[in-house]
Design a protein around this ligand. Sequence first.
Ligand code: 5GP
Ligand code: ZN
Length: 116
Amino acid sequence: MSDCIFCKIVEGKIPSRKVYEDDDMLAFHDINPCAPVHFMIIPKKHVDSLAHVGPEHAAVLGKMMVKAGSLAREQGSPDGFRTIVNTGRIGRQDVYHLHIHVIGGPNPLPRMIAKE
Ligand code: 5GP
Ligand code: ZN
C-alpha cells in the first residue's frame, strides 16, 4: 500500500532498526518503546488488521507467532514477554498494517489493562 508507513519500512523507504527478516515477515524496534524490549513483527504483504485476515493469512500469522519467543529472548526478555495486537477503533490501532507488538525486558511488566 503506497501510503502505509509499515509498507514503506518493508520497502526500505523509511529506516527502521531491524530485528529479523525473512521472505514473509519483518521484525523491527518500535520507535516509541514502552518497555526495555519493544519490537513489532509484521507480515511483509500488507493487510490492514487482524479483523481483515482470511485463511490465506494463516501461514504467515503462524510463522510470526512461532518466531516471537526466540526473538524476545535474543532481544533481552529471557523469561517471557507480552504480545499485543491492537485491532481497529476499539483496539486503538494507530497503524493499519497488521503488527504484533512484542514487549518485555529483564523485569516483569505492569499488569495488562487497568480495570475500570
Ligand atoms: P498500534 O497503536 O497501531 O498498535 O501501534 C503502532 C506502533 O507503531 C506504535 O507503538 C508506534 O510507536 C509505532 N510506530 C509508528 N510509526 C513508526 C515508525 O515510523 N517506525 C517505527 N519503528 N515504529 C513506528
Ligand atoms: Zn502496509
